[in-house]
Structures are given as C-alpha cells and as structure tokens.
Ligand binder design. Structure first.
Ligand SMILES: Cc1cc2nc3c(=O)[nH]c(=O)nc-3n(C[C@H](O)[C@H](O)[C@H](O)COP(=O)(O)O)c2cc1C
Length: 243
C-alpha cells in the first residue's frame, strides 16, 4: 500500500534483542515523532522516563513479573501520565487543581497516542519493541524506586532494541468485527464473530507450537478475577481524581 502502512502492519512485539545499542539520534527522532501525535487541547499530559541505570533497570525488571527483557533490551522507557506541570501552573496561578476523572482519562489517552507514535518511529528505524503492562504489578514500588513527584504516574513500560527473533504475526479480530456502521451489532452477530476468531486464534497457537486455546478461553481466564486491585488507590495518591 505504502511504506507507513507496511510498517504499521509489520508490527509484532519483540521480546528478544541483540546487544546493539540505540544511537541517541534515533531516540531523539522517535521523541519528535511521538510528540507530534495529537494531544487534547495541547495539554500534553505525559512524560517518558528513560531508565539507563542498570541497577534500577534490574529492580524494575523484577517488579514486572519478572520480565528479564526489561533489563536486557537496549533501551527501556516508562510512559507516564504527567499532571505535574499542570498542577504547578495552577499553583503558580493560585487556583485549585479541579479536574475530575477527565484529566486522568486525557492523560492516559494522550500518553498512549504519544507512545504508539514513539513505537512506530522505532519500528520504522528497524527496531523491535514490547510494551510492558507488567509495570503495573506494583506501581507504588516502581514509584518509590524512581522517586516520582505527585502528578507523575507510570502507565506502562516499553522495551526497544534490535530484534533477535522474528515471531509470526498474531492475528487480530477481522476488521468487520471491529468496524461497525452506525450501530453496534446484535449479540448473535457478535457471538458469531467471536466464534470465527476463536478458530483463527487457536490455529495461530497450534502453528506456533504453543498450547492450543481459543481467544474466548484466553479472555475468560484473564477477566474472571480481579487484577491489580490497588491501582485506583495508587493513582488517587498521586493526585488523580477518579470520580
Ligand atoms: C499496554 C500493553 C502492555 C503489554 N504488556 C506486556 C508485557 O508486560 N509483557 C509482554 O511480554 N508483552 C506485553 N504486551 C504485548 C502484547 O502481549 C502484544 O501486543 C499482544 O499479544 C499482541 O501481539 P503483537 O504485539 O505481537 O501483535 C503488552 C501490550 C500492550 C499494548
């Protein structure tokens, strides 16, 4: 189609990397590309921590699961919501910081728009990436390790490096199970689309030599118990209003 779309469609999460470093110029380019993403009313409520300290990196890798790739990848970033700058501006204006849930939502939305542009820029330069939601296993511990001020709250990590594996493409739902015209389909239609995807997903696992399971089985396993229950309390302790 074109190079941009080819890069997007070539995405696979990469979990094994060579020892090659990433030149600072590439990080600088990826930052500019990330920051070029749209941001609600220009509020730019995010920041990125580049963790270069090996000891900190290992401690974070342990907190993430452990996930050793967090330590071993060429560059590891933490994508954060950043309400700190806004809080300081309101403080300097001698006004209360009154935002409700909206500011938190905007921070998570805009940080993720940044992050995906950042990722695509790295991928276009030939790097592999892997988002790390495992960072949310113990956010208070990550926060303490990094000494984050009020208003700055990690959402997820990001590993970047030269790929040392070429995994197969993980199939997605069919586009017509995601793109709907004017209205959401009936539950019968939705259930039928889930059944269709279950077969594709299970075949993908069989082809990879992994333990076969349908997407429904994976989702039922993931969402049948509460996960990371302390997140609300942590974000509120950082000054987010979740109401
Ligand atoms: C926000 C987010 C968090 C993720 N967290 C992890 C993680 O902690 N560890 C990991 O190995 N992969 C993680 N992934 C990668 C997903 O497992 C992966 O994107 C998904 O299985 C689809 O595979 P693909 O990216 O290769 O297409 C995460 C992805 C996202 C978007």
């Amino acid at each position: 189609m074109n190079e941009t779309i080819n890069t997007m469609r070539a995405h696979r999460s990469i979990r094994t990397y060579t020892n090659d470093p990433i030149p600072q110029a590439h990080i600088d380019e990826a930052m500019l590309a990330g920051q070029a993403a749209a941001t609600s009313s220009s509020v730019q409520p995010y920041c990125v921590l580049h963790i270069t300290d090996g000891d900190k990196r290992q401690k974070i890798a342990n907190l993430c699961g452990p996930q050793q790739k967090v330590h071993d990848c060429a560059a590891f970033f933490i994508i954060c919501g950043d309400l700190r700058k806004h809080m300081l501006i309101l403080e300097r204006a001698n006004k209360p910081y009154e935002t409700g849930l909206e500011a938190f939502l905007v921070a998570s939305i805009d940080a993720s728009l940044f992050a995906q542009n950042f990722v695509l820029a790295f991928e276009s330069l030939g790097y592999g990436t892997c988002y790390i939601g495992g960072l949310r296993n113990d956010l208070p511990a990550v926060d303490k390790l990094l000494g984050l001020p009020k208003g700055v709250m990690p959402f997820y990590g990001l590993c970047v490096g030269v790929p040392d594996e070429s995994p197969t493409h993980r199939p997605r739902l069919a586009p017509d199970s995601v793109l709907y015209e004017n209205q959401y389909p009936s539950d019968d239609e939705t259930n039928a689309s889930i059944d269709r995807y279950d077969k594709v997903y299970e075949q993908y696992l069989v082809d990879r030599g992994a333990k076969p399971a349908t997407w429904s089985q994976a989702i039922a396993k993931k969402f049948s118990y509460a996960a990371r229950e302390g997140l609300g309390a942590y974000f509120e302790s950082k000054g987010a209003d979740l109401h």
